[in-house]
Design a binder for this molecule. Structure first.
Ligand SMILES: *[C@@H]1O[C@H](CO)[C@@H](O)[C@H](O)[C@H]1NC(C)=O
Ligand SMILES: *[C@@H]1O[C@H](CO)[C@@H](O)[C@H](O)[C@H]1NC(C)=O
Ligand SMILES: *[C@@H]1O[C@H](CO)[C@@H](O)[C@H](O)[C@H]1NC(C)=O
Ligand SMILES: *[C@@H]1O[C@H](CO)[C@@H](O)[C@H](O)[C@H]1NC(C)=O
Ligand SMILES: [Zn+2]
Length: 378
């Protein structure tokens, strides 16, 4: 009798009956505007007309940010980061689900180089994807339980405006130097890491002018002091550039490898694979000094150096046909594939940080622990 019970018990544990668990899908159809405040209604319809497959001038991006904050007020807030040289406000978006637990941060900035228009387009695409899907996509809602997203859609606003109005190929900021005889600092040579030692110029007429000192520029100052302040919480720093199709790791100023280089490469290679699976684009993965050239004072090396463990530079499409003037019909596929790569990186970081805690909830380990419990007590 006892033996029989034992056997039934064991069989039950090892081959549990299936309790047809049904996943409820929230209807996304019930989305009519009746009874809504007029203001909210108008911001919603404007936002729904926003074309993510076009490049937008800064005025439209500012407006988009406020509309996003209003439309998704339950998870998004817009925050002031600092002023540009020409006194334009810099804002970042914080996507955060209200919970009482302390959360980590995934930071992403776009548009540090003015002419790389595909990058602000990607930051906006990213925000849209997260907001449209966080309630229904378990992958995204999982992130938001542990992490807040901080997105800076256009870092170099003055340069971006200049590239729209005067010179499509402008790269730098618009600060004035040498008594107004030349303009602009390469903000990605102005961070406080091996400042102006290699691959940067002290001549303000050059494209890679590193500024008058480390962090001499107001834009760099705004980003650095914010990140420095939050560095203990920031798990991942992504900075988005174009073009060339690379996922790049530290460092740029030396061939010396960071301590978690192998892991950075492994995560980067998986991201490149997921990226390629979308539309077939080939991305190369490696450190900037191995893959491209030596530079110093860039934001990614600095972020890694101050202790942010996962720091990558993306160089988006293309690989040399259109260069900085990527046609608008490539915005969507570029954003889709980049989204896949970024989420792959986030998945890996998530697993590394919190994956272990979830193992206990899988049915296999549950069965094993029940089995062990019986073995010990009977
Ligand atoms: C700067 O430019 C102004 C106007 O062109 C001129 O009057 C002034 O002498 C210049 N200063 C220096 C230090 O060159
Ligand atoms: C740059 O970093 C060094 C330490 O690495 C520090 O001593 C220095 O004050 C920093 N400079 C600026 C302008 O932040
Ligand atoms: C800066 O670069 C320009 C253009 O290459 C050159 O004509 C000029 O002499 C340089 N200035 C200095 C101070 O080296
Ligand atoms: C650029 O990418 C296209 C499409 O992925 C590919 O056909 C082409 O060979 C690539 N060119 C270079 C120089 O890598
Ligand atoms: Zn760039």
């Amino acid at each position: 009798m006892k033996k029989l019970l034992w056997t039934i018990c064991l069989l039950g544990i090892l081959f549990p009956p299936k309790f047809g668990l049904k996943v409820q899908h929230d209807g996304i159809s019930a989305k009519n505007g009746h009874g809504m405040l007029e203001k909210k209604e108008s911001s919603r319809s404007n936002l729904e007309n926003y074309d993510y497959t076009k490049y937008h001038p800064i005025e439209e991006i500012y407006k988009w940010m406020s509309q996003i904050e209003e439309r998704y007020s339950e998870v998004v807030t817009q925050h002031f980061l600092g002023m540009t040289y020409k006194a334009r406000p810099m804002y970042y978006l914080k996507i955060s689900e209200p919970t009482s637990t302390l959360k980590k941060i995934f930071w992403m900035d776009c548009g540090i180089h003015a002419r790389e228009w595909i990058t602000p387009a990607f930051c906006q695409w990213f925000v849209k994807e997260i907001l449209q899907n966080y309630k229904t996509d378990p992958r995204i809602s999982r992130f938001l339980r542990k992490v807040d997203f901080y997105i800076l859609p256009v870092l170099n606003i003055d340069g971006y405006v200049y590239s729209w109005r005067k010179d499509r190929f402008w790269r730098k900021s618009r600060s004035s130097h040498n008594n107004g005889t030349c303009f602009g600092t390469d903000l990605n040579r102005n961070f406080n890491i091996s400042w102006c030692n290699v691959g940067a110029s002290k001549n303000c007429t050059h494209q890679t002018f590193c500024g008058t000192g480390p962090v001499s520029e107001s834009e760099t100052k705004a980003v650095s002091s914010f990140i420095e302040d939050k560095k203990d919480s920031i798990l991942c720093y992504l900075t988005i550039h174009s073009y060339g199709q690379f996922i790049l790791t530290p460092y740029s100023f030396t061939k010396t490898k960071p301590s978690n280089y192998d892991e950075l490469i492994r995560i980067g290679q998986k991201a490149a694979k997921e990226l390629k699976a979308k539309h077939g684009s080939n991305y190369k993965v490696g450190s900037t000094s191995d893959m491209l050239y030596f530079t110093s004072g860039n934001s990614r090396d600095w972020a890694y150096h101050i202790g942010i463990p996962f720091a990558y530079t993306f160089e988006l499409r293309d690989n040399g046909t259109y260069k900085f003037t990527l046609p608008e019909d490539q915005i969507q596929p570029t954003c889709e594939e980049t989204m896949a790569a970024v989420l792959s990186i986030y998945d890996d970081i998530y697993e590394r940080e919190w994956g272990f805690n979830e193992v206990v909830f899988t049915s296999a380990t549950m069965r094993l622990s029940v089995f062990l419990f019986f073995m010990l007590f009977f």
